[in-house]
Ligand binder design. Structure first.
Ligand code: FES
Length: 172
């Protein structure tokens, strides 16, 4: 997982190390450079925290394809982000079991507690940049709904008061 500090901003320029990693990934696909698009997107996001327009342009140029082809991948796959996220990332499941068990209210409470506001269908980041709250689809724990993921921790029955605290607390 990326460190919080480097989640926030892209580096001003690409380092030789980054370029070398990209070239190494591309070398795995000698028959079709464009097949390296997804690995390059992962590399970009792991390095800079999100995939910016600059990232899309750079990857497209590197693979000699139209930027729209890279943008299509970024918008199709939910693991790619187009904006920076907070140092803490809380995902709230909104699929049926969790929706019926109060996912929307849980999301609203987390937003209220952190000050994150805006369109609930988009990732919402608190004004201090500490938290990003985001609806996601099924987290594969439907029997303990509503469910959230606080960074890499699964929080079951997450609308209980102590579980909301657990969502917001740091691991250590
Ligand atoms: S519906 Fe929420 S974990 Fe499956």
């Amino acid at each position: 997982m990326t460190s919080p500090a480097k989640d926030q901003k892209e580096a001003p320029s690409l380092t030789p190390d980054f370029e070398a990693k990209a070239d190494e990934l591309i070398s795995h696909y000698p028959a079709s450079r464009r097949s390296a698009a997804l690995p390059l997107l992962h590399l970009w996001q792991e390095t800079f925290g999100f995939v910016s327009g600059r990232g899309i342009e750079w990857i497209a140029a590197k693979l000699a394809i139209e930027p729209i082809r890279i943008l299509e991948l970024v918008t199709f796959y939910p693991m790619f982000r187009q904006a920076p996220i907070g140092r803490r990332h809380i995902r709230v499941c909104r699929t049926l079991s969790c929706a019926l068990a109060g996912a929307r209210e849980l999301h609203a409470e987390l937003c209220r507690r952190t000050g994150a506001s805006g369109d609930p269908h988009a990732p919402l980041t608190s004004p201090d940049g500490e938290y990003t709250i985001e609806f996601v689809e099924c987290l594969a724990s439907c029997g303990t709904a509503p469910v959230a993921m606080a960074d890499d921790r699964l929080i079951e029955r997450a609308n209980l008061p102590e579980k909301i605290e657990a969502c917001l607390s740091h691991r250590d």
